[in-house]
Design a protein around this ligand. Structure first.
Ligand code: GLP
Length: 244
């Protein structure tokens, strides 16, 4: 794993945006995996900036989001779809038909997850997957467990994850859906490159365990250790417990 430690949250986010922007410049038809979460917002701000200054063109890029809450309509303001529209898609020139987010409102979730995997296969898989990490080590909504699902699936969210998402639901964590559709750990690890961004002191513990601890489904982010092309970008706070 390549670990890059930068002074501030802002610098770390800008470094990730730069990696993505330069990858798009090199391969304009890049297939990108994208996360939600507060950590990703400054990255999306910086990418919007790259685009505004006409330094990168997203018109041929295809995106696949990692996850979506089950039971929310696509125009629900609390959905990850709405988050993505607000923070990124409305601000760059990606084509709506190239944007993929699991449909949380799908009645037949089995069909939805299969269709998601099929759409990804059709474009040849993810080139670059940008991910954040939950404080409990989750990637997307792959929660710590005795065993993980490889492919896109219906995931049950743990209480701590629902609490971490409570800000989207007026601070009421019990209103956060109990289920979500999430890419599987295999879907993420099949990406040609993975970029993990973690910032802030609340991620310091999980970052140390994910990078230097054993590879275990009890900490899904630790599985990134088996991937040949991972860049971990951290600010000082998130790196402060790192034992390497
Ligand atoms: C959410 C998302 C994850 C994200 C994580 C971290 O639950 N499903 O994909 O990485 O939380 O969020 P934050 O950046 O707000 O800490």
């Amino acid at each position: 794993m390549r670990v890059v430690i930068l002074r501030s949250n802002r610098q770390a986010a800008q470094a990730v945006a730069r990696l993505i922007a330069l990858a798009v410049r090199r391969a304009p038809d890049l297939v990108l995996g994208l996360p939600t979460g507060r950590t990703s917002i400054p990255v999306y701000d910086a990418l919007a900036d790259w685009h505004r200054r006409r330094r990168v063109d997203f018109s041929r890029v295809t995106t696949f989001n990692l996850d979506e809450f089950a039971g929310l309509e696509r125009d629900d303001p609390r959905s990850y779809r709405a988050f993505m529209q607000q923070h990124l898609f409305n601000r760059i020139n990606v084509r709506a038909s190239n944007v993929h987010i699991p449909n949380g409102a799908a009645r037949n979730w089995r069909r939805e997850v299969d269709a998601y995997e099929a759409a990804l296969r059709r474009v040849g898989g993810l080139d670059v997957c940008f991910v954040g990490v939950g404080r409990n080590g989750h990637l997307g909504f792959n929660e710590p467990a005795a065993a993980l699902e490889a492919r896109t699936h219906l995931a049950r969210l743990r209480p701590e994850t629902r609490r971490a998402n409570a800000h989207l639901f007026n601070g009421r964590w019990r209103r956060v859906p109990t289920y979500a559709l999430s890419m599987g750990i295999g879907t993420i690890l099949n990406a040609r490159a993975v970029v993990l961004l973690a910032t802030g002191p609340e991620k310091a513990g999980v970052i140390d365990r994910a990078i230097t601890g054993p590879v275990t489904p009890r900490l899904p982010a630790s599985l990134l250790q088996v991937h040949p092309n991972v860049v971990v970008v951290l600010d000082r706070d998130a790196a402060r417990r790192l034992k390497v």
